[in-house]
Design a protein around this ligand. Structure first.
Ligand SMILES: [Zn+2]
Length: 402
């Protein structure tokens, strides 16, 4: 048996007046997704409990069967796994390169979307001043990683994208516990040192001369340690791969023992390479048992508040990605279980993630279909699977109910 999960990030929504009180899923043309509902069983899934954060990392952990309250240890550790960096027993933090304006306020969290190559030169200048207990890893664009030995993670840090226009000096890392005070001091000193070293670095002089924002400070946030997670091989006896454009999703997959499968042209936006993702999924399923196929585009459309775009991303996901995978699997003649769901709603009129239960459809040739004919937030409420919480969805998907 082969297993595939189609995850349309943020795909669920709320009734929209302009759609006559319907949701984007209710009006989108999505014959393949509806077929999974018609031939399968449906239900709802509370992926985010009231006490949980609403980020996609947390919501995807929940879909994949983990308890985010135990597993979510910050972005840094997930991105480390995606980058292939083994942090061992040390702590990891996201290290942005940011732009601080002349008046000391945060101009942007991305140093004007600085290139990876320029970032690496700036970080190299900083590496010469690091204690032997710290390592800086260059990631993509402005998104990098600090790995540190012997530091406490009970730290309150300000995500820089949440604080544009605020004075950087007013947003130091603070200790949440007395035993973390020394760690906060060390990290704040490192940030101050970066500002001295980077201010007149040749890369930044060249960027200023070209009218671009300099990467004139590091910004450390989202600390954590390696999460204790089971792997799909251990828990369900399956091998698998994860397809995404998002490092956080790759990171979860890597800790869960899945192969990270990168697809050229996978952008995380509406222009993503849907066909390439479908073909990569079929390749994964030729060699392995399970594929987690994540598409970010509906979530981005929701954050933009772009209703037409959101409907189009659902239709593209259906036709260019899911339809192509189903066709390929049927041509291969091997029986398969497939599921379709989002990780959380990203309603176009709210433009943020919400915690409402999301619709789920699972098509498993070993189980007869329920009466639900289409996939959306309303019809799946009457499905045979009821309301999933915790790891009930993933157990049901792999045919291992409690
Ligand atoms: Zn999401």
């Amino acid at each position: 048996m082969k297993y595939v999960i189609f995850l349309g990030d943020g795909m669920a929504d709320e009734p929209v007046a302009r759609l006559g009180g319907k949701t984007p899923l209710q009006v989108a043309r999505k014959p393949n997704i509806d077929r999974i509902a018609r031939e399968g069983r449906t239900g709802m899934f509370r992926t985010l409990q009231p006490d949980m954060a609403t980020g996609s990392a947390v919501a995807n952990l929940s879909v994949m069967g983990f308890d985010p309250r135990q597993c979510f240890q910050g972005r840094g550790v997930l991105e480390a796994a995606s980058m292939g960096v083994d942090i061992g027993e040390h702590m990891a933090m996201r290290c942005n390169l940011i732009c601080i304006a002349d008046d000391g306020t945060i101009k942007n969290h991305s140093a004007g979307h600085i290139s990876s190559a320029e970032s690496d030169q700036l970080l190299e200048a900083l590496r010469a001043h690091l204690p032997p207990t710290m390592r800086l890893h260059t990631g993509v664009s402005y998104r990098h990683l600090l790995v540190a030995e012997g530091l406490n993670t009970a730290l309150e840090c300000a995500p820089p994208h949440d604080h544009p226009g605020e004075r950087a000096a007013d947003l130091p890392i603070r200790a949440k516990k007395p035993e973390a005070e020394e760690s906060a001091r060390v990290l704040n000193e490192l940030t101050a040192l970066s500002q001295e070293i980077l201010r007149d670095h040749p890369v930044n002089r060249a960027r200023r001369a070209a009218g671009k924002d300099p990467g004139n400070s590091i910004w450390l946030w989202s600390p954590g340690r390696k999460p204790k997670m089971w792997t799909y091989a251990e828990r369900f006896g399956v091998t698998g791969g994860v397809i995404s454009a998002v490092d956080l999703i790759f990171g979860i997959g890597v800790y869960a023992g899945l192969e990270k499968v990168e697809v050229p042209g996978a952008t995380g936006l509406a222009d993503t390479n849907y066909e390439g993702k479908a073909d990569a999924c079929l390749r994964v399923l030729r060699e392995k048992d399970f594929c987690y196929l994540h598409v970010e585009a509906p979530d981005e459309a929701g954050h933009e508040g772009n209703l037409e775009l959101k409907i189009r991303t659902i239709e593209d996901f259906d036709r260019r990605c899911i339809g192509r995978v189903l066709e390929g699997l049927e041509a291969a003649g091997e029986p398969f279980v497939c599921a379709v769901l989002p990780d959380h709603p990203t309603p176009v009129e709210k433009r943020i993630h919400t915690r409402e239960p999301i619709p789920v459809a699972i098509r498993d040739p070993r189980h007869p279909a329920d009466d639900v004919q289409v996939y959306d937030e309303v019809s799946c409420r009457t499905g045979a699977l009821g309301l999933f919480e915790g790891d009930a969805f993933i157990r049901s998907f792999f045919g291992k109910p409690a």
